[in-house]
Design a protein around this ligand. Sequence first.
Ligand code: 13P
Ligand code: SF4
Length: 305
Amino acid sequence: MLTDAQIIERIKTLKKVKNAVILAHNYSLGEIQDIADFCGDSLELSIKAAETTADMIIFCGVRFMAETAKILSPDKKVVLPVSTAGCDMADMVDLEKVRRMKQENPGLYVVAYVNTTAETKTECDICVTSGNALNVVKNLPQDREILFLPDRNLGSFCAAQLGRVMKLYEGYCPVHNRFTVSMIEKRKKEYPNAEVLIHPEAPADVVALADHALSTGKILSHVKNSDKKEFIIATELGILHRLEKENPDKRFILISPEAVCPHMKLARLQDLLRAMEEETEEIVLSREICEKAVVPIRRMLEFKS
Ligand code: 13P
Ligand code: SF4
């Protein structure tokens, strides 16, 4: 059995030998975040994936994120260390459902949260992430009816903020959708001076009680630039790793100890080493899917967040 230190050494060597880059989402395990070349939110990770000069991208996150990396860098090998790391929300919609909605509502402009499969993206007009959704939706054509999918919570957040009526698909993130008004109220009572930062995948009535609704990357930059000392964090627990590491003088209170995305916790150090040795599971997408799915992603990346 290798020790963690030996595993880390091997990963570092393999990274050089194979000219690989390790990208990790802010919810992945701390041990993974610590060895990654870059940690970030979905938008930051897509930008990195598009820019990297490495031959191989090892993506420690969930499948739709690794697929986005493959779509943006189709000639690179993209590896997802644990093949079952999916996203429950992304799996709530599929290509056929989007096609049917478009047939039933001709003229729809389809906005896809990036938490969708590559195949679903091929039928969508533009992607958004939680980091840029407001800015992207604000700039969409006014004469088209928008269908926002799959996250009804992020969709209703955008609709409310922008005062724009949109059709919302009934998908949600099981982790964030579980947050309630009473959870926030309880934490606020316990920590009256804390600022409340929430991810917009939470239900609208809960988001309404927060000081700011932000992507994971923006929660990190907001805290870094804030003079405040206490924060109630209403998103997945993995974000605490960077928050605490980068802000040792600040205090973070998680909304609930149950705010855990099981998919994000699957890849451990030994899985990362095996993935680098065996180069599996490689993300394989047809040229046709890549060529179609890149259109909404590139349209999104043209916007500044
Ligand atoms: P971010 O893009 O804000 O990191 O969110 C991704 C995600 O899956 C949240 O559940
Ligand atoms: Fe998907 Fe929710 Fe997990 Fe994010 S936290 S990857 S939206 S299941």
